[in-house]
Structure formats: structure tokens, C-alpha cells
Design a protein around this ligand. Structure first.
Ligand code: 2M8
Length: 446
């Protein structure tokens, strides 16, 4: 394995290359804007080399908060009304900021986590004053997740687009989309085999080999959902009134629950009593996660919002549930067994985004098989939190080895570690720095 110091140096160079002064692009030319959970992971790595810049990364996200509390999943770089910002037209919603163009949906709410980790790297005075400054932003964001995204008061937030989960074409969502939500025109493209025509309009497959990106039918399906949301101006009441796609996603809610706990810690540190309403919601969420447990298969799943039908397709989400930090011991034991099983989540280069034995599995198929470094980070944290120190250590080692040997790629084959997707990918670099630091000073993050 490459020397840790060399690895950290190379990772810092990637982050510098992708630095756009106030935010970091995930990778150009594929992802030229600021993304919510990318910036959170980037800040978690950057804090080790430049805490001030890490802070700026998050402050930039917070500036784009909508007046209703939502923090959008993409903040567009450059001038308003460029091609990408026109796809979203966030300015049609009265809550969107005036001077910034954003998407109209959110992403996994891992911002309290990023804030406390960056805050750890600041001196006492600056830490307290920054926490005081950002706490109201985070509180409003979490409140928005409850008031707008939990209309039935169930303790679980609903998502309206697979992009909100961060796991774009993840099979539990794609199956639901194909079975129930595919508009007629996309169905026709699929059945009449017209995809070669639409391939001509795809930019991503001009940059990355097509088999490493999602299929054209899936991409069209995702864009059609986005268009339907835009037609409703991203107004959740209008969206739900037309019973569009809504799922209580497992990954999203596991991250939400852990970040609730962290938000409570921040409130305590700055002696800012958390409101009773929010406190009540938070407690309810911890219990609600258990409703997503299926005792027959011994796994957690996402759930359809209206019917409460569980989307029983095993995916990486079942292991990300550990990150919530509230999984009962006997459930955690069952999940760890899946991680040890080479036909499920334990191939040579773990953790695959889909079980190796699944019919969906493709080793380089975007979120349908490859190993991603950010989900590894969440699982490592969850394993530590539930007392599986050896498993956490082994996964940290294998992740670092994979990156050191193959480079800072977007994702990797779980079978042979071969890299895929974008090169010089920011969160891979940032997480490499964070994991390398954990190995050197294990007390830092436990
Ligand atoms: C991917 O998602 C975007 C849409 O949000 C895309 O497909 O263009 C996902 O991997 C997501 O998790 C990630 O945040 C984003 C930027 O890296 O790319």
C-alpha cells in the first residue's frame, strides 16, 4: 500500500483541483455544480487540511437555504438561467433564494454531522460562535423535513425523487418507478427500443462509458419525475395531491435520525434549548425506524409513503441503517452477517451498493452494484457506533487500500476493485483523508 502521507497529499491535490473558491465540484466536467452531500463529505475531509475552507464549503450551502427551510441538493455554479438552472427553474417557487439558482429537492441531511466534525477542528472561541451561527439554519432544515415531508406525522420523512436519496438509480426505487410511475412516452421509448435515438442527447455517456452510467430508460424516467415536480413548482401539497411518487427512504431516514442526535448535541453545547415540537418529532423518528425492519428477511427496507408497502429489494441501504445509531443489537447482528457473506455484501472489495447475488447486480453499474466510498464511510461509522470495532477497522483498511491502489475514482468494482465513473472524484479524496487520519489517531472520531 502507498504510504499514508503520500495518499493524503494526492487527495489534497484532487480537492485543490476541484476547488472553486467557495465550494468544491464533485468532478468536472460531469458534475460542475455544488451538491449537498458531496459538500458535507468534502468538508469532513477538508477539515484535516484547511478547517477554514471546510467551513466555507458548508456556509456556501447554507446560503442557498430556501425560506421554508429546505437546503437544496444542487446549487448551480455561475450565472442564473444557464442550461442546467433552466432544467430546474427554482425561481418559480416563492421560497427559493432570489440571487442563487438551485434544484427544487434536497439530499440526505448529513449537515449536522459535517458541522460538528468541522467544528472540532476550530479553536474554542470560533467553534462556539460558528455553531451558534449555523444552529438556526440546521434547526429550520430539520423542522422543514418534519413539517413538509412528514405530513402524516409518522416520524419518517418522505422523498419525491430518487435523487433525494443520493443513490440515484438504486433498484428499490427503480423497480417502483418502472412498475407504477413510468409515463407513457418513456414506456414507448422502452418498448419500441428507441433508446439509441435518445443516447445521442446524453452528455454523461460522452464522458464516461455507457455501461458505467445508468441506462437511458432509467435516465429518462428520472428526468420525467423531475419535470413533473417542476410543473408543480416543487410545492409539496400540490405534488402529494396528485399522488406523485413518494417513498420513505431508508438511507435518507437513517441519516436524518443520526443527524437529529447530532443536532441535539450541538444545541446542548451552545446551551440553546431545542424546541419541544422538534424534540418530540425526533424521538418519534427513532422508534419509527423499527417499522422499516422486516423480521422475515432480517433487513431494513424503504417504504412507499401512501400504502406503507415495503420495497423488499435488498440494497446497501439496509447496512446504512447502522449509521442511524439506534438499531437494536439483535438486528445489528443480522446486518453484520450480511456484511460477512460473500454472496451478499462481503465480496473482496466491499461494500457493494447491491448484493453480489442480486439479479440487479452489475459490478460497474452506477448505484446498482459498485462500491462507493461515501456509503462505506457511513457504514464504518455505524459499525463503530454499534461496537463492531474489528469490522469497522477492516472496512477502513480495505477502503483505503482500494483507493491507494486504484486512484480517487467515483466508484469501484466490488469483485476486483477496478475503478469506474469519474476520475479525481472529490468525496473519494476527502474521505480518504478522513479515514487515513482515523487510523493514525483512532481517538479522533470515536
Ligand atoms: C449523482 O447524482 C446526480 C444527481 O443529483 C447525477 O446523477 O447527476 C449521485 O451519485 C449523487 O449521490 C451525487 O451527490 C451526485 C454528485 O456527485 O451525483
Amino acid at each position: 500500500m502507498q504510504d499514508m502521507e503520500e495518499l493524503k497529499q494526492a487527495a489534497a491535490t484532487v480537492l485543490q483541483q476541484n476547488d472553486r473558491e467557495t465550494f468544491t465540484v464533485p468532478a468536472e466536467p460531469l458534475y460542475p455544480h455544488q451538491w449537498l452531500w458531496d459538500s458535507a463529505f468534502i468538508a469532513i475531509g477538508l477539515r484535516h487540511i484547511n478547517p477554514q475552507r471546510a467551513k466555507t464549503e458548508l456556509d456556501q450551502l447554507f446560503k442557498a437555504q430556501w425560506t421554508n427551510g429546505m437546503i437544496p441538493h444542487v446549487i448551480h455554479a455561475g450565472e442564473k438561467r444557464t442550461r442546467d438552472s433552466n432544467v430546474w427553474r427554482s425561481w418559480m417557487n416563492p421560497h427559493a433564494p432570489e440571487d442563487i439558482s438551485t434544484s427544487g429537492i434536497t439530499q440526505p441531511p448529513i449537515l449536522a454531522e459535517a458541522v460538528v466534525r468541522v467544528a472540532e477542528s476550530l479553536d474554542d472561541h470560533e467553534r462556539k460562535s460558528w455553531l451558534k451561527q449555523v444552529y438556526p439554519v440546521l434547526e429550520r432544515y430539520h423542522m422543514w423535513l418534519y413539517t413538509e415531508r412528514d405530513p402524516h406525522n409518522e416520524g419518517l420523512a418522505l422523498q419525491i425523487h430518487p435523487w433525494e436519496t443520493g443513490l440515484d438509480n438504486t433498484p428499490p426505487w427503480m423497480r417502483e418507478l418502472h412498475d407504477h410511475q413510468l409515463p407513457l412516452w418513456v414506456q414507448s421509448v422502452k418498448s419500441l427500443r428507441l433508446t439509441p435515438l435518445f443516447n445521442l442527447f446524453r452528455n454523461d455517456t460522452k464522458i464516461i462509458p455507457a455501461h458505467q452510467r445508468m441506462s437511458t430508460v432509467d435516465a429518462l424516467a428520472l428526468y420525467s419525475v423531475q419535470r413533473r415536480l417542476r410543473r408543480k413548482n416543487y410545492d409539496i401539497n400540490r405534488i402529494l395531491a396528485h399522488s406523485l411518487f413518494a417513498i420513505e427512504d431508508l438511507t435518507f431516514n437513517a441519516i436524518f435520525i443520526r443527524n437529529n442526535t447530532i443536532l441535539r448535541d450541538i444545541a446542548e453545547e451552545i446551551q440553546q434549548p431545542i424546541g419541544d415540537e422538534l424534540k418530540g418529532y425526533m424521538e418519534q423518528s427513532e422508534e419509527a425506524l423499527q417499522q422499516l425492519w422486516d423480521p422475515y428477511s432480517g433487513q431494513y427496507y424503504s417504504r412507499e409513503f401512501v400504502s406503507h408497502k415495503m420495497l423488499k429489494e435488498s440494497s446497501i441501504a439496509t447496512l446504512v441503517a447502522l449509521y442511524a445509531g439506534v438499531v437494536p443489537e439483535e438486528n445489528a447482528d443480522q446486518l453484520v452477517k450480511l456484511l460477512e457473506d460473500e454472496h451478499m455484501f462481503g465480496p473482496p472489495f466491499p461494500v457493494p451498493s447491491m448484493p453480489v447475488g442480486s439479479n440487479w447486480f452489475q459490478e460497474h453499474g452506477y448505484w446498482q452494484g459498485p462500491t462507493w466510498v461515501n456509503t462505506n464511510w457511513l457504514i464504518i461509522d455505524g459499525l463503530e457506533r454499534h461496537g463492531y470495532k474489528d469490522h469497522a477497522e477492516a472496512l477502513t483498511q480495505s477502503t483505503l487500500e482500494m483507493i491507494a491502489e486504484r486512484g480517487f475514482y467515483e466508484y469501484f468494482s466490488p469483485l476486483d476493485g477496478s475503478p469506474a465513473g469519474a476520475e479525481n472524484f472529490s468525496w473519494t479524496a476527502a474521505i480518504a483523508i478522513d479515514l487515513a487520519n482515523r487510523i493514525e489517531s483512532p481517538s479522533l472520531d470515536t
